[in-house]
Design a protein around this ligand. Sequence first.
Ligand SMILES: Cc1cc2nc3c(=O)[nH]c(=O)nc-3n(C[C@H](O)[C@H](O)[C@H](O)COP(=O)(O)OP(=O)(O)OC[C@H]3O[C@@H](n4cnc5c(N)ncnc54)[C@H](O)[C@@H]3O)c2cc1C
Length: 152
Amino acid sequence: MRCAARGSTGSCGLAGVPGLVRRAWGPGWALVGDAGCFRDPITAHGITDALRDAELLARAVMCGTDAALAGYEATRDEAALGLFEISDAIASFAWDLDRVKELHQALTRQMAIEVEMLRALARAPLADPDHRPAASPQARGRAPQAVLEVLP
Ligand SMILES: Cc1cc2nc3c(=O)[nH]c(=O)nc-3n(C[C@H](O)[C@H](O)[C@H](O)COP(=O)(O)OP(=O)(O)OC[C@H]3O[C@@H](n4cnc5c(N)ncnc54)[C@H](O)[C@@H]3O)c2cc1C
């Protein structure tokens, strides 16, 4: 990762880095964590993302179908999208204190939705090809709202 500045103390500044989302799987390959979906680390959630993806992908591989792998990608995208857009907004540094407070409140709401989805995942059978982990219908309805409330 590129460092924007390196001072005499040896400390390293990190400029806002644009996020990216890649296709999560194909014949004989799959991506998890930063390789598949990278966000600026300013919101400190990348380790959770990587563990979430590893769990979702492992379950899809146990099912062994393309539909399960497509479900992995869709679930990852659903979980990541709100966090992704908020992280980009915070990493842009194009905010004042009121605005960054709103963005962090939206981040908290979005993380709560992800936690709910992961809790549901823990209760789900390990290799059920028909099960696509997702937040509750109420939470899914809130997911875009949490983002739209604060993003232009
Ligand atoms: C400055 C900074 C601070 C951060 N702070 C936080 C934080 O507080 N909390 C948080 O949750 N996240 C934080 N993150 C983000 C977090 O570190 C990442 O999102 C997370 O480590 C991603 O995990 P990963 O397994 O996807 O990738 P990585 O941790 O990058 O692991 C990928 C591994 O693959 C290896 N590799 C790459 N290419 C090859 C190859 N061709 N062959 C073999 N091996 C290869 C790499 O050497 C590396 O060891 C921070 C990131 C940065 C940069």
